[in-house]
Design a binder for this molecule. Structure first.
Ligand SMILES: Nc1ncnc2c1ncn2[C@@H]1O[C@H](COP(=O)(O)OP(=O)(O)OP(=O)(O)O)[C@@H](O)[C@H]1O
Ligand SMILES: [Mg+2]
Length: 589
């Protein structure tokens, strides 16, 4: 069969060959031979058997093929399953990858966002820093401006004072010259008269003398005792003239110290011949005060202070009075505290009630005197030294000339000399005078000046109790009992108003409390009927609180400058208190 097939192929080949020859000549013999072979095959007795065998073989082959096919299909199915699994795995991996990618993206976005926020924050902080820096610069500039204004004002004031002083000195000098010129004229006139008179007398004398001189001279020269007496007399006369001159110099100094008060002393209870002539009424008052009784406990009358300070001051007042009685050396006292807290008030009260003489001088008066400050200071101490009763020398604003001597602290040569003179005159305890000094700036004191102080009394801003007491005192003095009292309209609202005033005036000094009441007084006198309604009083209070806040903001900028004493926080910089809320009631308007 295969042969046949091969044969047929061969026949095909032959066909092809015949095909090749087809184009040319067809060979029919090939076909004939094939047909004959087929016929031979068909007629062969084994043909059927071989066909059956072939069939059988074909069947076997077919079943083998089918088994193979089934195997292949199973394999294919298996492969397909595998493929599915692989695909699923791949899909899973893809999903995972995608998820991971998405996570990465998210993370990146998050990071970006965070960095963006960081950048924004950084920019904001940078902007804030810049703003703060600008604000600080503005503050500094405003402080500098204020300082410049303050300095200008001080310079202007100093210049004005110097002008006034020099004008005064000039006027005084001119007055003196004029006086001396007049005196001179009078003296010359008198001298001329005297001269004329003496000429007459002399001429007369000469005439009388010439007649008797001849005889007199001859008797004098011949008398040895008379000559000796004359020489001795002349020597004694020379000695007398010399002693008189020296004595006159010493007396001159003494009289100079006693006659008038030194120019540095602003106010004194001492009576001097010159003051008696110039100010007779004031002198009469001083004489009256001198003979009226003194009571050290009254030194604190009208001074409102917290109890501990009051007790200390009372003790000092009594000790001062007793020192004088027992001729013991005086103690030197320093009163320190914010402005307007009653330092000068107490010192004056003590001066009057201690039974001592007193003199008040202000440290600030020394600087304009320049190089003559030292001389004036010595004059004042000379004058103080002559007090027989003991003198309370009150130096107000003492820091103005007792501040540290180092030139780094801005002290001028003249001021250093003045301070040295002061130190020299106060080095030893004395029974002649007592020093009482007041200052707002104790920390600026020269070390040696501070060493002269035996007692330091700190004065502080009044608390609520003291403010109430002050209101009472000043309202009685200025509203209820002046020459023309002011009528407070309505009763009820005032009780509540006094409480409001006490709460609203936190950090006010005694001086500011007094000014507030003077403000009410002015409002009362502003009405023709001299009446004051509570609403008007409240408005005045608001104005004063507002002004106080303004002053404090100035003080605050000064403190930023760093020239504010520690412990003098003043007020507004301290933390809010309950009373602040009350104050807001007033500042709001
Ligand atoms: N503690 C107080 N009690 C009663 N009145 C006071 C008190 N403090 C101040 N005053 C009033 O304020 C005025 C000024 O006070 P004072 O001259 O004594 O202040 P200061 O402490 O000397 O201030 P500065 O340091 O500015 O010289 C006084 O005349 C008085 O009317
Ligand atoms: Mg004072």
């Amino acid at each position: 069969m295969f042969k046949n097939i091969t044969g047929s192929n061969a026949a095909g080949k032959n066909n092809a060959t015949s095909d090749e020859s087809f184009s040319g000549t067809v060979d029919p013999t090939g076909l004939e031979r094939a047909a004959k072979a087929a016929r031979d095959l068909d007629s062969s007795p084994n043909a059927q058997a071989s066909l059956a065998l072939v069939r059988e073989q074909e069947k076997t082959k077919q079943s083998e093929f089918e088994a193979k096919t089934a195997e292949l299909r199973a394999y294919e199915a298996q492969q397909r399953e595998k493929n599915i699994e692989v695909q699923a795995e791949q899909q899973r991996k893809t999903i995972e990858k995608q998820a991971e990618y998405a996570r990465g993206q998210e993370h990146y976005r998050d990071k970006l966002e965070r960095e963006r926020q960081k950048d924004t924050l950084g920019m904001q902080m940078q902007a804030q820093r810049q703003m703060k820096e600008e604000e600080r610069k503005k503050d500094e500039e405003s402080v500098l401006r204020q300082e410049a204004i303050r300095r200008k004002t001080v310079e202007y004031e100093t210049a004005l004072r110097q002008q006034a002083d020099s004008a005064k000195a000039k006027a005084e000098a001119e007055g003196r010259i004029e006086q001396e010129r007049r005196n001179h004229d009078l003296i010359m006139q008198q001298k001329r008269l005297e001269l004329r008179e003496s000429r007459k007398t002399t001429l007369e004398g000469i005439r009388v003398a010439t007649s008797s001189i001849g005889a007199g001279l001859s008797s004098f020269v011949s008398d040895r005792e008379k000559v000796t007496t004359a020489v001795g007399g002349l020597s004694l006369a020379a000695l007398g003239i010399y002693s008189a001159r020296a004595g006159a110099t010493v007396m001159g100094g003494y009289i100079g110290a006693r006659l008038g008060k030194p120019s540095l002393v602003r106010e004194t209870s001492r009576i001097t011949p010159l003051s008696a002539v110039r100010e007779p009424i004031a002198t009469a008052r001083k004489v009256y005060a001198r003979f009226s009784s003194h009571n050290a406990d009254r030194a604190l009358d009208g001074v409102v202070l917290a109890s501990p300070t009051k007790t200390r001051l009372q003790r000092i007042a009594r000790a001062t009075k007793n020192s004088r009685k027992h001729q013991a050396p005086f103690r030197n006292v320093l009163l320190s505290g914010p402005p307007g807290t009653g330092k000068t008030l107490f010192a004056k009260g003590l001066a009057k009630e201690s039974g001592l003489e007193y003199a008040i001088f202000t440290g600030g008066d020394l600087a304009p005197l320049g190089s003559s400050a030292v001389t004036e200071l010595h004059k004042m101490f000379d004058w103080a030294q002559t007090s027989r009763k003991g003198l309370l020398l009150f130096i107000d604003e003492a820091d103005a000339f007792l501040r540290t001597r180092s030139s780094a602290a801005g002290a001028t040569e003249d001021m250093r000399n003045a301070l040295n003179a002061f130190l020299y005159r106060t080095g030893q305890p004395t029974t002649r005078f007592m020093l009482m000094m007041a200052t707002n700036r104790p920390h600026e004191f020269d070390e040696a000046a501070a060493d002269r102080v035996d007692d330091v009394i700190p004065f502080s801003l009044p608390g609520p109790e003291q403010r109430r007491e002050m209101l009472n005192l000043f309202v009685n003095r200025l509203i209820r009992r002046p020459a023309t009292p002011i009528k407070l309209l309505g009763d009820e609202p005032w009780d509540q108003f006094w409480d409001e005033a006490v709460g609203g005036t936190e950090h006010f000094s005694g001086r500011e409390m007094e000014k507030l009441v003077i403000g009410w007084q002015a409002a009362g006198y502003g009405n023709p009927t001299a009446e004051l309604a509570v609403d008007e009083a409240r408005q005045v209070l608001r104005d004063h609180v507002h002004q106080k806040d303004m002053k404090e903001s100035w003080a605050l900028s000064q403190r930023q400058e760093g020239n504010r004493p520690p412990g003098y926080q003043g007020s507004r910089s301290v933390e809010r208190t309950g009373a602040d809320a009350n104050r807001e009631l007033y500042t709001a308007a």
